[in-house]
Design a protein around this ligand. Sequence first.
Ligand code: SF4
Ligand code: SF4
Length: 196
Amino acid sequence: MPMPETLKDPRMIAIMLLKATALPDEQVFMELATPKYTSVDYYRMACHMLFECQRCGRCCTTGDPIRLRPKDAAALAKHLKIPLNRAIKKYTIPDPDKPGALDFKHTKPCKFYDVSAAGCKIYTARPWSCRIFPFLGVYGSEEQVIVNKSCPGSLKTMEILTVALQDVRAKVAFAAPGLDEVRRNKELLRAVLESV
Ligand code: SF4
Ligand code: SF4
């Protein structure tokens, strides 16, 4: 889903991010079922909002491992209208670094990369690792936002966000946000994960 233009303004996103990270999730979301995210996760969501893919195709052709979660394999099978065990056998291999996890079998290029259209043939069913690329890392951890340097759009995005944050911190004076405001801004950023 394309992001509304108003949500692509770096300063607006920087303000949203600063408000969203004013309090930790533990103080804002009391519901047990709600996933808890760290400040780093919210930075990553802000990066997704600003990111513009250059459609160079590097991420889909260089042979880097593409990990699948169990629900990614299920989504692939459903998308291709084939049984799950057949999808696993035909398109995946065991991940050498994580027992029990699966990787795509073909990544150089990815079996699902459409060279002529420079796009993904299974876009709506692509794995989570493709959705969150190029701002990698483990959601829920305190790892820094890891940027894949082979992606031409990613470094630019980090630069834009860093400048916007510096600008907002230097020029915008806003009162410490209340619980409701923090929650609202967290929810706006969390919605990004539904749209990537
Ligand atoms: S599944 Fe799609 S987005 Fe992911 S690597 Fe393959 S072609 Fe690229
Ligand atoms: S490497 Fe980055 S810019 Fe190039 S297609 Fe992949 S996500 Fe887009």
